[in-house]
Structure formats: structure tokens, C-alpha cells
Design a protein around this ligand. Structure first.
Ligand code: GLU
Length: 459
């Protein structure tokens, strides 16, 4: 389990309650280190908000917020291409529906377990609150590993997954989308099966759909675009912009690809991308079309990049992308991928800003190292909220039977990202932690959910 720092930032008056809630969380949720980590991060931010709003400590509000409203675990049997029957485990954690239907992605990856889904659902609740839109928090997925599976196997898996999941969904109830291992291809298979089971063309039940069957323009790009727009705002507060900045990105999935695209469009020089095997460094700047060809079209590995790009690029099979000197870093792969040693290297190399494109990619110790060194640090629940925000715009189009132009969605997305940035920035100032986006995001998200929960009674 990653090391977590004590509640040393909390005013003494709220130490006991926060500490008790945290130790209850450990006790009630054994063996779920990622969930503990995400709860700890939020609790350590809350003390100033609790001092200003003592009502938030009443009616078990924080305790209720930490306990998911519903947790569904189910068997997903399916047959591979040889006819062998395999069994995976499916999850949907419906965390909090105070602000809207449960909303959050599905992750298909061997690392998925209940604790991981709970951490993601907890994060999602605050992230979704930060968008200012009416979406609650949820997350789901499976330990199914799509790597090396044929399209037919993936389809059969998705169909089996939906046979159980469908009864829990609905446009006003729970609306999944993609996450790691789930792109519009999988959403297509899931949507087709939902439609077949229910005999309803109900597009608002899933987001990230294809453009021709209820999907939104710019949803594919939204998480990456939004992350870079957030980073741009962070730099702006320091009197800088993205033009000419040297940027390292980890990952090569949807978030990484469209972060690279937007950063390049805004004049930045993006020099890395990675996958779970290694990373590429391209001093000429990442060739986006080649990266998309390898990862989106061929579904290949990043190691294929250098030989097809020519002399400027090299592949590093071991080691860490954060060893590459950069002005700004966008961890966009997965949780806990940037540890304190990597953070120290980034600091020594003069990094100015780190913005989390993935969910919780930076360990608590690493966040501490970065913030102590005066690096602007943007937490995932704020930085990567553009994806789910565009999902909410997709739901809005679906309920009005509308199709918006790319520019319209992108414009709305930019406004939402700017608003989220300013909310985090101003909330941090208001609660005595200027420049601390972690505190700002946690308190702002918490306050919106908490106010709604108080108004809606003990449910
Ligand atoms: N999986 C994405 C996230 O982590 C998007 C969720 C959604 O669009 O519902 O926010």
C-alpha cells in the first residue's frame, strides 16, 4: 500500500472526527489500498470546510459519503474462440446519486477489483460534482483482459457483461461510459446488447457512443483536450502559456493521445508517450498520426513507433518516462504511476506543472514532493473531468434528440474546464491554501455533494 501522510494539515478541532472516519474506513474496507488512498486524500483536505460548515459533520454525512449507495458484483461467463468457457468478475459501484444519475466509466483490465472500482467511484463523485452538472458518481468494470483477444471474444464478453448489468442501468438511474480497456468499440457492443435485451433504443443509457447512433462529437477527444485546457489555466496563473513548453506524457490510450493533440495545437513540444512495456522519446515531437495509427487502428504496442518514425525517436523498454526533463508533465496512464522518486527527478529537472490526466496517477508522497517544491499540481478529479463533462453533454443531446456540432461541444467543454479551474483555485484561496488545487478540488466537490445530501435528508 502506498504510504499515506497523517492528518497534519487539519486544524486540531477536526482531527478526531476525521481520524475516526479514516480508521473506520480502513476497518470496514480491508485490503482496498487504492480506496483508502483516495478517501485519505479527500479527508485530509476537509478540515477548513468543516470549520466553516459544522453542519457537514452532522447526520453522518461524511460517513454516508464514503459508503457506496450500492455495490454490484456479478459473474461474467463467456467463451473464447476455441470454445473454452472462461469466467470473469463484473462490478458496478453506484456511489452517490445526490446530484444526478450514477455516472462513470467501465474499466476492463486485469488489475480491476472491488477496491479499485470503489476508489474510482469515490473520485468520480467529486469529479462529477466539480463539473457543475447533474451527474452522480459511479464506476464499474471487470478483471477481463482485452489484450490479445479477438474482436469476437471482446464482443461475446461485452454481451455477457451486459446481460447482468442492464437491469441496473437507465438514463435516469445509472449511465456508464468507457475507461481503460473500454472504447467506443466496446460501448457499441454493450449498447447493442442493451437494446436487444430491453427492446429500447435508449441512447442516454451509455455515453461514448458512435456518432451515428447517439454519440457526441468531441467525446473521444474530451478528456485529453480538457486536461490540457486545465494545464493551460494552471500555467496562466503563473503568467505563462503552453507555447514552446516541453511536455512529457505517459500512456498512449485515449487520454494521452488527445492530450498530445491539444498540447501540440497550443504550441507545446510533446516528446514522450508510453505503454505498460516502456516509453518512447521523440525529440522532434511525437508524431500524432503515427501514434494514432499504431494505438487506435492497429491496437499495437508503443515499441513499434521508433522504427516507423525514423532517427528522432528511441524506445526505452525499462525505466520511467519521468526521467525525461520537462517543463510540464501529464501522467495519463493509470493509478500510482508517478512515485516520490519520480517526483524528485521531475523537480530536479525543473518541472513547473504536473496535471493528472489519469485517475490518481500520483502517489500521496509524490504530490507532497511536488507541492513542497512549488510545482503547480492539478489533481485528476479536476484535470480530467472533461471526459465526463462531455458525457453529460452527450446525455443532454440524447434527451433532446439533438446533434451538436464539434465546435459547439468543444466550446462548452472549454468553458466547463475554465470554470472547474477557477472553482478549484478560488476555493483553495478561500480556505487558506492558495495555489493548492488538491484542497480546492476536494473542498469544492465535497461542498456541492454535501449541500445536496443535507437538503435531501438521511438517505
Ligand atoms: N472514465 C472517465 C472518467 O474517469 C469518463 C467517465 C464518463 O464519461 O462517464 O471520468
Amino acid at each position: 500500500m502506498p504510504h499515506v501522510t497523517p492528518f497534519d494539515s487539519s486544524p486540531a478541532s477536526h482531527l478526531p472526527i476525521l481520524q475516526r472516519i479514516y480508521s473506520d474506513t480502513l476497518h470496514r474496507n480491508p485490503g482496498e489500498p487504492e480506496f483508502h488512498q483516495s478517501v485519505h486524500e479527500v479527508l485530509t483536505s476537509l478540515a477548513p470546510a468543516l470549520s466553516a460548515h459544522p453542519e457537514f459533520t452532522e447526520t453522518g454525512l461524511i460517513e454516508r459519503m464514503i459508503e457506496p449507495e450500492r455495490q454490484i458484483i456479478f459473474r461474467v461467463p463467456w467463451q473464447d474462440d476455441s470454445g473454452k468457457t472462461l469466467v470473469n468478475r463484473g462490478f458496478r459501484v453506484e456511489f452517490n446519486s445526490t446530484l444526478g444519475p450514477y455516472k462513470g466509466g467501465l474499466r476492463f483490465h486485469p488489475s480491476v477489483n472491488l477496491g479499485v472500482v470503489k476508489f474510482l467511484g469515490f473520485e468520480q463523485t467529486f469529479k462529477n460534482a466539480l463539473t457543475g452538472l447533474n451527474i452522480g458518481g459511479g464506476k464499474g468494470g471487470s478483471d477481463f483482459n482485452p489484450r490479445g483477444r479477438s474482436v469476437e471474444e471482446v464482443m461475446r464478453f461485452c454481451q455477457s457483461f451486459m446481460i447482468e448489468l442492464h437491469r441496473h442501468l437507465g438514463e435516469h438511474t445509472d449511465v456508464p461510459a468507457g475507461d481503460i480497456g473500454v472504447s467506443s468499440r466496446e460501448i457499441g457492443f454493450l449498447f447493442g446488447q442493451y437494446r436487444r435485451i430491453t427492446n429500447r433504443w435508449e441512447p442516454g443509457v451509455l455515453t461514448g457512443k458512435g456518432r451515428e447512433w447517439g454519440g457526441s462529437e468531441a467525446r473521444t477527444q474530451a478528456t485529453g483536450y480538457g486536461s490540457v485546457l486545465f494545464l493551460e489555466q494552471m500555467l496562466k496563473m503563473r503568467g505563462e502559456d503552453l507555447d514552446g513548453q516541453r511536455i512529457t506524457v505517459s500512456g498512449s490510450g485515449n487520454v494521452a493521445i488527445y492530450s498530445i493533440a491539444k498540447a501540440q495545437e497550443l504550441g507545446a513540444h510533446v516528446i514522450t508517450a508510453s505503454d505498460s512495456d516502456g516509453y518512447v522519446i521523440d525529440e522532434k515531437g511525437i508524431n500524432l498520426e503515427l501514434l494514432k495509427q499504431i494505438k487506435e487502428v492497429e491496437r499495437g504496442r508503443i515499441s513499434a513507433y521508433p522504427s516507423r518514425q525514423g532517427g528522432s525517436a528511441r524506445y526505452v523498454p525499462t525505466g520511467c518516462v519521468w526521467n525525461v526533463p520537462a517543463d510540464a508533465a501529464l501522467p495519463s496512464a493509470t493509478q500510482n504511476e508517478l512515485d516520490s522518486a519520480a517526483a524528485a527527478t521531475l523537480v530536479n529537472n525543473g518541472v513547473k506543472a504536473v496535471a493528472e490526466g489519469a485517475n490518481m496517477p500520483t502517489t500521496p508522497d509524490a504530490i507532497h514532493v511536488l507541492q513542497q517544491a512549488g510545482v503547480a499540481f492539478g489533481p485528476g478529479k479536476a484535470v480530467n473531468a472533461g471526459g465526463v463533462a462531455a458525457s453529460a453533454l452527450e446525455m443532454q443531446q440524447n434527451s433532446g434528440r439533438e446533434i451538436w456540432a464539434f465546435d459547439q461541444v468543444e466550446e462548452e467543454l472549454a468553458a466547463i474546464m475554465c470554470r472547474i479551474h477557477n472553482t478549484c483555485y478560488e476555493t483553495a484561496n478561500q480556505y487558506g491554501a492558495p495555489g493548492d488545487y488538491v484542497v480546492g478540488a476536494n473542498i469544492a466537490g465535497f461542498e456541492r455533494v454535501a449541500a445536496g445530501m443535507l437538503a435531501q435528508g438521511i438517505v
